[in-house]
Every structure is written in structure tokens, then in C-alpha cells.
Design a protein around this ligand. Structure first.
Ligand SMILES: Cc1ncc(COP(=O)(O)O)c(C=O)c1O
Length: 411
């Protein structure tokens, strides 16, 4: 779609004019003048998400009350939202549901796979630069189940999986530098040794094409508050390949995963579909917002979304190189997800200085500036302006202020 990069602001304006996804921005309620480069940390609100939340709270809860479990579709909302997500992840409708957090879902999936003897050995593997929660959960589960735990250097996870045939917990897109892995190839390699990969799709869903079925993926989870714009604390989703659903049992068999929750049986009988991975009562208000947010993707071709993410990333990395910044992300667009990272010893102060100009970006300790490039609402001019601001902040050293050194609880 985009064959060259804009080399001036006027050209960036022209790119926006011809952007086939330009209309997608209308779905969002974004303050004018804000350049929001953290859609992969917390996506902005869409009008539909806010409307769905409003409907669920003001009508279904306030007036419908308990009847809404049946009349407003609350009881099946986690499954319905799962089917909306299936299209974005290349899964069958019956293979995805929304529940809990990524942390909880990683635990449930890995534990269920171990108990069912799915991998050839009970070794749990994680690379040392994986997202922290993935590390904590994997290690804690290994301790609980008496499994072998291997924290291996970055880049050695697959080789260790090939040696051991255990379970590797792996992000499809690295949260640090945006590096994207080849799911199909890695699944193939994992299967050769009887190993299993549990994919963390948090930084991938809604910004790149994901083909869980085609790639032969067996288990996955991901969050919905980033590129999917589900809202703060929006629940996570999990995917189980259809032939495995009935073979796996959650280690947290709550009543919502029971085959017949309202018979109130003392004995647990798992549902015979993906809902067996539910445990407690779903967070309806959050689910309603998420379901509304996902409507923004319904008429979009995800391959166009991914193409625009690559082009925005190319523009950002190209200009960062011109500024002499160290680019941590792959320069080759098809090896990247939807965000790009640069390193600088004063990254924290620089991100705060950008914030003072109404350009919100992420700082990731110890020295990373991260730009999330959500193709649905970002324009080429946004990236152009953010890079101009970055250039000015670096040149004038206006980041060097006491107030920018203060660290908030959430960075
Ligand atoms: C790659 C990755 N995995 C997991 C998480 C945490 O997920 P949750 O808070 O839903 O447990 C995050 C949060 O940003 C993440 O980036």
C-alpha cells in the first residue's frame, strides 16, 4: 500500500489523505491535539465502547437488574466477545473466550497442558526478557507442580524446547523491542520435539495478522486493553485449539466453567466447550465495553491494518536513525509488530518532555522510549510531529529538568 516514506510534513499530509484506513479514526473519542503513541499500553476509548458501557450500566444494570443475565445476553457475553476476537486471531469461533487476566490464563493453560501430559516433558521454559508476569507465573507453576523450570537467555527458548520437549511461554511480539516471531515455523519446530508453545498475543492482537489455526498453534492468551481498546483492566482472552478443548481441564474449576452452573451440583463437571476455562462470574461492564470496542475492527481488513503499522514504524525508525537514536526494534518491517523502541540514557525525562507537549509515549526501564503505532487512529502527520518534537527536545536538551526526573507509580 505504501511504497515510500514521506520526506516532509506536506508529504505526510498527503499520505493521510490517501490512507485507506483514515476513516477508522472516527470510531475513537480522542481529544484534538493529542498524539497518543501508547495505544499498545492502553488503547483510547471508542464511541461504541462508551455507548455499550453506558447501556450496560444505565439500562441493563439499573433497570434490567438480575433479569439482564438472560435478557441482555450477559450470560453468553464472554463467548460472544470471544467470537469477535476469533476473526482477529485466525481462530475458529468456538476456540476463543474472554476471561480473567493474561496472568491467570497463562497459569490455567500451562497447568492444564501439564496435567494432561500434552508436552513430552514437564519442563517449563521462559526467556529472561519475556514480560515479567509471564516469568512469575511460569516459575510459580513449575514450583507448584514440581516441574523443571528453565529461565534461559533471550533467543534460546526454542532451542531449549527442542532439547526438552516441555512448554515454552512466548510472546508473538516482544513487549520491549517489537520483534515479531514466526508462529508457524516455531510451532513446527516445537512439535518436532513434542514440545508446546503457549503464545502471549498481548502486543500482537489488533495490529498484525495472526493465523492461529493456519500456524498450527495450540494454546494462546492475550490482553484486550492495548490495540483492541477494551478499556483499563479489560479482561483477557484465551484460545484452545478445538481438538484439545475436551482434553484439558482448568486448575481453577469454578462454577462458571461447569456444564450446568445452575443445577448447583456438588461435583464438578466441566462444560464440553471452551467455557470450561471460565471460573467465576464475568466482569460484565468491562466485557460490554470490550465488545463495543471490537466493533471498530469489524469491517476492517486486518492485513491493511498491519500494512499501515509497518509503514508508520518505518517512518518512526527512519527518522529516529536520522536523529542518531539507537533503534532497538528490527528495521525490517515484517520482523516487527506494531511498536518501535529507541534507547537513550535519559529516556524517562525525554518521555516526560514529550508528554508536556501533549505527545504521550511509553518509558520502559531502564532506558527505552517506546512508541505504539495503532493504525486505526494514528496518522502519518502524528508520527511526523512526534519525531519533530523529539528532535527539538534532544537538540535543545529541554528534557533536562528536575520535574522530568520524578518517577510516577505507573510509568
Ligand atoms: C506481553 C504481556 N503479557 C502479559 C501482560 C499482563 O497481562 P495481565 O495484566 O492481563 O495479566 C502484559 C501487560 O502489559 C504484557 O505486555
Amino acid at each position: 500500500m505504501f511504497y515510500k516514506l514521506p520526506s516532509s510534513r506536506d508529504e505526510a499530509v498527503n499520505f493521510d489523505r490517501h490512507d485507506i484506513l483514515a476513516h477508522a479514526r472516527e470510531a475513537f473519542d480522542i481529544e484534538g491535539g493529542l498524539v497518543y503513541l501508547v495505544g499498545h499500553s492502553l488503547g483510547p476509548a471508542t464511541h461504541n465502547a462508551l455507548d455499550a458501557l453506558h447501556q450496560a450500566a444505565r439500562y441493563d444494570w439499573r433497570r434490567g437488574l438480575v433479569r439482564s443475565w438472560n435478557t441482555a445476553g450477559w450470560f453468553t457475553l464472554a463467548r460472544k466477545t470471544g467470537t469477535q476476537l476469533a476473526r482477529l486471531t485466525g481462530a475458529r469461533r468456538q476456540e476463543v473466550m474472554v476471561a480473567d487476566s493474561v496472568s491467570a490464563n497463562l497459569f490455567k493453560l500451562a497447568s492444564a497442558a501439564l496435567s494432561a501430559g500434552l508436552p513430552a516433558s514437564s519442563t517449563l521454559i521462559i526467556e529472561e526478557d519475556e514480560f515479567p508476569t509471564d516469568q512469575y507465573i511460569t516459575e510459580a507453576l513449575a514450583n507448584l507442580q514440581g516441574a523443571d523450570f528453565r529461565r534461559v537467555p533471550a533467543g534460546e527458548g526454542l532451542a531449549t524446547l527442542s532439547e526438552t520437549g516441555g512448554i515454552l511461554v512466548r510472546s508473538l511480539v516482544s513487549y520491549r523491542n517489537g520483534e515479531r516471531r514466526d508462529m508457524a515455523q516455531e510451532e513446527k519446530r516445537a512439535k518436532e520435539s513434542g514440545g508446546l508453545i503457549i503464545w502471549d498475543l498481548s502486543h500482537a492482537t489488533g495490529v498484525i495478522e495472526i493465523a492461529l489455526n493456519k500456524a498450527g498453534a495450540r494454546l494462546a492468551t492475550g490482553c484486550t486493553y492495548k490495540y483492541l481498546n477494551g478499556g483499563p483492566g479489560a479482561p483477557s482472552f484465551l484460545y484452545v485449539q478445538k481438538d484439545l478443548i475436551k482434553k484439558l481441564q482448568t486448575p481453577m474449576p469454578g462454577w462458571m466453567g461447569h456444564a450446568h452452573p445452575f443445577t448447583f451440583d456438588a461435583e464438578y463437571t466441566p462444560a464440553d466447550d471452551i467455557t470450561r476455562f471460565a471460573n467465576g462470574t464475568p466482569p460484565i461492564l468491562s466485557l460490554a465495553a470490550l465488545s463495543g470496542a471490537l466493533e471498530a475492527f469489524e469491517a476492517l481488513d486486518i492485513s491493511l491494518v498491519a500494512a499501515k503499522a509497518r509503514a508508520l514504524g518505518d517512518l518512526a525508525t527512519h527518522r529516529a536513525q536520522e536523529l542518531g537514536l539507537t533503534v532497538c526494534s528490527p528495521l525490517q518491517a515484517d520482523l516487527r509488530g506494531g511498536h518501535v523502541s529507541f534507547s537513550h540514557p535519559n529516556a524517562h525525562e525525554i518521555v516526560r518532555a514529550l508528554g508536556a507537549r501533549n505527545i504521550l509515549a511509553d518509558f520502559r526501564a531502564p532506558d527505552t522510549i517506546r512508541f505504539g503505532l495503532s493504525p486505526l487512529f494514528l496518522r502519518f502527520t502524528d508520527i511526523w510531529d512526534a519525531m519533530d518534537a523529539l528532535a527539538d527536545i534532544l537538540e535543545t536538551q529541554s528534557w533536562d529538568k528536575e520535574e522530568y526526573r520524578e518517577r510516577a507509580a505507573v510509568t
